[in-house]
Design a protein around this ligand. Sequence first.
Ligand code: COA
Length: 347
Amino acid sequence: MADTPLSQTAAKKRLVITGMGHYFPPEVLTNEFFEGLDIGAKADWTYERVGIRQRHSVLTAEDIRQLRYGLTTRQELVDAGRVATMAEMCKEPWQLALSRSEHGQESPAIDLVISGTSVPDWDIPANACSIAAGLGLECTAFDVNSACSSFVVDLHAARGLMLSEMASSVAIFNAERYSTRLDFTDRGSCMLFGDGAAATLLSSHREAHGLELIDTIVESSPSGFQSVRMAEGGLFTQNGAAVQRFAVTKTVAITRQLLARHDLVANDLAYFVSHQANYRMLTSACDKLGITPEQHLHNVELRGNQGAAGAPSVLSANWDRFKVGDLIAVAVVGSGLTWGAALFKRV
Ligand SMILES: CC(C)(COP(=O)(O)OP(=O)(O)OC[C@H]1O[C@@H](n2cnc3c(N)ncnc32)[C@H](O)[C@@H]1OP(=O)(O)O)[C@@H](O)C(=O)NCCC(=O)NCCS
């Protein structure tokens, strides 16, 4: 999409994230658990190459063992009620987002719910509808899905609608359950992902406090759509090495583009958050950008790659750390291929 900054009039409107929340299911899977699946996965290899020690899962370790040995199927687990729905996963993040916003525990008048996820519950209806229904939000609801890039793409869509006054209070939900769509016989992919959910409450109220959304950029290269994929009803697969090059290159390029648009340099940022795919990739991108370890916020080591929920769960977990005036940049990459960035200022 054209990356021209919005008009002066639109730019004067203030959009603020007034609250965020995050959630991880209680089951924790260590690298040693994957080593015990007898698929050749080495716990040390995973930590050294990917920087992940553990991740959370909506499935129990026993469910995963059963899947690995072909003793059950994803559908049987869903039918037995063993897979939390996205609406269930979004309850806690939503309550936390509300408690952090000026609305306290009361539901504010939300006029739009957007959901972006890699692993939806439903083909129809839009997953935003099932999440909104589960949370008692009776308003316009639709999906804006861009796999792991969804958080920034959702912000981008919400920003456009809010600046053109088609929405004034928007709830964004990014819930991920990769554990239900992994091949637990593939040592190269099944240990990468963790499940989690994040909620983001955006307001155009003039007095709002929180993280002001200054800018968003979204770009894609659809010719690469086969590089990371999950066919209908199928399991996750990717060309890891190629995606790794793409992810580092695009994270660096889009962050530089975002900074240049605002006459900023890396040193001006209080914090930087990126897609939580692989800690080694994150540090490589940070080194190229000149982002110091103190500026770099992440959670991939303990949460794994949570797809669309990764970057917002990092922001949410650090919500109380941000001080008025702090500038925070977020860069994401994902299947599509897609990539995007957002700039925030704590107000
Ligand atoms: C997937 C990824 C971790 C693989 O790391 P890599 O350094 O590229 O490693 P390779 O895939 O080349 O594998 C090297 C070897 O380690 C093996 N290996 C893979 N996983 C392993 C594990 N858990 N334990 C032990 N060995 C493993 C491979 O089978 C391969 O063995 P071989 O040489 O005998 O074939 C890495 O490419 C990556 O993180 N890619 C980007 C992923 C990403 O960003 N995805 C999100 C997109 S939205």
